[in-house]
Design a binder for this molecule. Structure first.
Ligand SMILES: NC(=O)N[C@@H](CC(=O)O)C(=O)O
Ligand SMILES: [Zn+2]
Length: 428
C-alpha cells in the first residue's frame, strides 16, 4: 500500500511547516507542499505533526521468560502506540540470549512477532550475571545489535575491561547498567529525606557513580563505544561531561521519568514509584535536564519495564523495580517540556529519534528525507487527552502517570511504509 499523507506539519529548519509526504514501496518518495499522486491512498492529517519514527534504545519485552508481563507482540504494539518504530530489547530473558543459537532465535522471533523493528541486545556475560564473557564475534554474527547486562552492573573490573576490549574488537556498543552491588545495602528508593520519611532503605548516588567512574577509565583505556543506560545523578552527568571533553567514546541515555519526577513527587510507599535507578533528588533532576540540553546526555530512552499489577501493588520493599514507558514518553515530554518551552520540539525529536539512531548505527534513519525508509510517527499536538490504564497496549499498567492530562497523542505509526498503529483503528 502506498500513501499520500496530506496536510501534515513537518519540522523544517527546526520550525513546523505545512507539508505532504508521499510513501511509495516502503520509502519516503517525496516531501513537499501540495503533492499529488494517482496510485496512493490519501490520508488527510488535518495539521497533525509528522515525525521520523521514534527510536528507543532501552525496553524490556519479557519474552521468553515472563510472558505474563509482556510479549514481543504486546511490547511492540505498545511501542508502536507510542510512536516508536525501533526499540532495543534488553536481554534479561529466560533463556538468556548469551549464545549465538539463542540470539538467532530471538532475531527470527522479533522479526516475525513484532509490529516494529527490534534490535536485540546480547548479554555481556554468560547467564547475564556470571563472570564469564560471551563470545562477542559469534553473537554479533548471529545478529546482536549491541551488548548489555541490563538489570545488573558488572561487579568485577577486569570482567568489564575484557568485555570492553571484546566489544571494541567487534565494533558494537557496550551498554552498561551501572550499579555497584556492594554499595546497595538493600535500598529500594533514593536515599534522602523522602526515604527517611517513608521509612524505606535508600539507594545512594554512589551506587551508580562509583561504578561509572571505574567504567569511564576503562572505556578510555579500551576505546570502546561505552553507552551508559538510564543515568540518574548530577555527578554522573558531570563525570560524563568531563569524559567527553577528554575524548572518551561515551554516550548515554536518560529516561522520561527521571526528567519528569524527583523523589519528592513520591506520594507514599507505592510500587509504581519503584524503579532502578530510583527517582533521584530535584537537584539531580535539574542536572539531567541541563545535561540533555548541553549535549552531555545524548538521547532519551524509556526503560519500558512491564510488571504484573499485583506485583506492583505491593510496598516498595517487595515490588519489582521498573515502570512502563513506551506509550507515554512522547506525550509526557511534549506536554511538560515542549509546551512549557524548556525544550524545542526539534530537540525532543532529536533525542527521541535521530540521535539514538545515529549512536547505534541503526537501519532506521531518524530523519525525514526522500529515499529513506518510511518509518514515521504522526502526533496530534492540539487535542488534550487523559492517560488511562485501559488505553495501554502493554500488558503492564505499572506507571505513576495514569490519569495525567497530556497533548501529543499518536495518530498513526508507520514502519517501512505500512501502518502499524492507528488511533481508534486496530484491535488490541
Ligand atoms: N529498570 C528497572 O527498574 N527494571 C528493569 C531492569 C533494570 O533496567 O534495572 C526490569 O527489567 O524490570
Ligand atoms: Zn537497567
Amino acid at each position: 500500500m502506498n500513501y499520500l499523507l496530506k496536510n501534515g506539519q513537518l519540522l523544517v529548519d527546526e520550525r513546523l511547516q505545512a507539508q505532504d509526504v508521499l510513501v511509495v514501496d516502503g520509502k519516503i518518495a517525496a516531501i513537499g507542499a501540495d503533492l499529488e499522486a494517482t496510485t496512493a491512498t490519501v490520508i488527510d492529517l488535518h495539521g497533525d505533526f509528522i515525525s521520523p519514527g521514534l527510536v528507543d534504545l532501552h525496553v524490556h519485552l519479557r519474552d521468553p521468560g515472563q510472558t505474563y508481563k509482556e510479549t514481543i507482540k504486546t511490547g511492540s504494539q505498545a511501542a508502536a502506540h507510542g510512536g516508536f518504530t525501533f526499540v532495543g530489547a534488553m536481554p534479561n530473558l529466560t533463556p538468556v540470549p548469551d549464545n549465538a543459537a539463542q540470539i538467532q532465535k530471538m532475531v527470527v522471533r522479533n522479526q516475525a512477532e513484532a509490529v516494529i523493528r527490534i534490535g536485540q541486545y546480547a548479554t555481556i556475560t554468560e547467564q547475564r550475571t556470571a563472570g564469564k564473557l560471551v563470545d562477542f564475534p559469534a553473537l554479533k554474527a548471529a545478529g546482536a545489535f549491541a551488548f548489555s547486562n541490563d538489570g545488573s552492573g558488572i561487579q568485577d573490573a577486569d570482567t568489564m575491561y575484557q568485555a570492553m576490549r571484546a566489544a571494541k574488537a567487534v565494533n558494537l556498543p557496550l551498554a552498561a547498567h551501572v550499579e555497584d552491588d556492594s554499595l546497595l545495602h538493600g535500598g529500594v528508593m533514593n536515599a534522602g529525606a523522602k526515604a527517611d520519611e517513608l521509612g524505606l532503605p535508600g539507594i545512594s548516588n554512589v551506587v551508580e557513580t562509583a561504578q561509572l567512574a571505574r567504567d569511564l577509565v576503562l572505556a578510555q583505556a579500551t576505546g570502546v563505544h561505552y553507552h551508559v543506560c538510564h543515568v540518574s545523578t548530577a555527578e554522573s552527568v558531570q563525570m560524563i561531561r568531563l569524559a567527553k571533553q577528554a575524548g572518551v567514546q561515551v554516550t548515554c541515555e536518560v529516561t522520561p521519568h527521571h526528567l519528569l519526577l524527583s523523589d519528592r513527587d513520591i506520594p507514599a510507599d507505592q510500587g509504581n514509584y519503584k524503579m532502578n535507578p530510583p527517582l533521584r533528588s530535584e537537584h539531580d533532576r535539574q542536572a539531567l535536564i541541563a545535561g540533555l540540553i548541553d549535549g552531555t546526555i545524548d538521547c532519551i530512552a524509556t526503560d519500558h519495564a512491564p510488571h504484573g499489577t499485583d506485583e506492583k501493588q505491593q510496598s516498595m520493599r517487595q515490588a519489582p523495580f521498573g515502570i512502563v514507558g513506551s506509550e507515554t514518553a512522547f506525550s509526557l515530554l511534549f506536554t511538560n517540556f515542549v509546551k512549557t518551552r524548556i525544550f524545542t520540539l526539534a530537540q525532543l525529536i532529536n533525542w527521541l529519534s535521530y540521535r539514538p539512531a545515529q549512536l547505534f548505527n541503526l537501519p532506521t534513519s531518524g530523519q525525514l528525507k526522500s529515499g529513506q525508509p518510511a518509518d514515521l510517527a504522526i502526533f496530534d499536538l492540539k487535542h488534550r487527552y487523559q492517560i488511562t490504564a485501559d488505553s495501554l497496549y502493554s500488558k503492564g499498567k505499572n506507571t505513576p502517570f495514569i490519569d495525567n492530562q497530556v497533548y501529543g497523542e499518536t495518530v498513526y505509526t508507520l514502519v517501512a511504509g505500512q501502518i502499524v498503529y492507528q488511533r481508534g483503528g486496530t484491535t488490541k
